[in-house]
Design a protein around this ligand. Structure first.
Ligand code: OAD
Length: 270
């Protein structure tokens, strides 16, 4: 089982939450990533998410995304991703083996009804384009410029899980059902501060199912909840470098574009 966070995409050039220093332009991220903020100033929130969508669209999956996708094809494993950047789907991670428990930047959903749609447009509406110069003021738009639900006419919002919101309950249940199926050999914790539930509690749940834990993180202090145990591994460094190396005997050698340039030497390696 794999748990990943923003550090998985750091080498693709996307800042982690902590890496953003809590700010975007002059705004606090915490004040742009809540439903309350959206109700108060939907234009500003949409401008922030227009920026994040553009950044993610300009980024490319790295070798770790590709290695995890190949691991999923070869092994009975699931990935729980806290990332909303769409890089794992773009690395062709099998859809039925990954749970995006914080949603996706590339889904739009209605603030009011059940309507949702995939959307890769950049920007979602031309008026939302934001000046590249970070010091330039953001255009003052009217909410009329924002995308609307074709079903009920209310505003569409980014399909991410905001602070104080619950993750999609179907996904949480599917993850827990999978964990209940039997023994778990290995739990990989990749590029996450393991700070928010439910992701934070999965390492303990996986240990209860027999898992040894392997952490991949640049920061030695970012241990999973409950700390490290005797038979765990901590691989300190860039996940995009370490992970393809560690998984090479099982997934093969992967190049920058995700092609397997050398087959695995030991595909049945447990
Ligand atoms: P964080 O920003 O909290 O943590 C990123 C982690 O990645 C840190 O532990 C870094 O040390 C590590 N890291 C950075 N670069 C790395 C690299 N190249 N290789 C390996 N590790 C690296 O991001 P998340 O843990 O993803 O939730 O945050 C979890 C959730 O907290 C987010 O999804 C978000 C936030 O609240 C919501 O928005 C609901």
């Amino acid at each position: 089982m794999v748990l990943c966070g923003a550090g998985l995409s750091a080498s693709s050039g996307l800042p982690t939450f902590r890496g953003m220093g809590g700010h975007w332009r002059k705004y606090e991220v915490m004040e742009l990533a809540t439903f309350e903020a959206f109700k108060k100033n939907p234009v500003r929130v949409w401008q922030f998410y227009t920026y994040r969508r553009k950044e993610a669209l300009n980024a490319k999956p790295n070798k770790a995304h590709y290695a995890l996708a190949e691991l999923a094809r070869r092994k009975n494993c699931i990935t729980v991703s806290q990332n909303v950047d769409g890089l794992s789907p773009r690395a062709n991670h099998p859809d039925d083996k990954i749970f995006h428990i914080h949603g996706s930047l590339f889904t739009l959903r209605c603030e009011s009804c059940d309507y949702a749609e995939p959307n890769l447009d950049d920007p979602v509406k031309p008026e939302l384009a934001i000046p590249e110069d970070e010091n330039a003021p953001l255009p003052d738009l009217s909410p009329e410029a924002l995308p609307r639900c074709p079903s009920c006419e209310m505003l569409l919002r980014p399909g991410v899980v905001w602070f104080y919101e619950d993750p999609p309950q179907d996904d949480v249940k599917a993850v827990e059902d999978w964990m209940d199926l039997g023994r778990i050999d290995l739990f990989l914790v990749i590029g996450t501060s393991s700070s928010v539930d439910p992701a934070a509690k999965y390492s303990t749940m996986a240990r209860d199912k027999g898992a040894r834990v392997a952490v991949f993180n640049i920061n030695r202090d970012d241990e999973p909840v409950g700390g490290m145990r005797k038979k765990d591994w901590f691989f300190k460094g860039d996940a995009a470098v370490l992970l393809p190396e560690l998984l090479r005997s099982v997934v093969g050698e992967i190049d920058e574009d995700g092609a397997i340039v050398k087959p695995p030497s030991n595909p049945n390696n447990q």
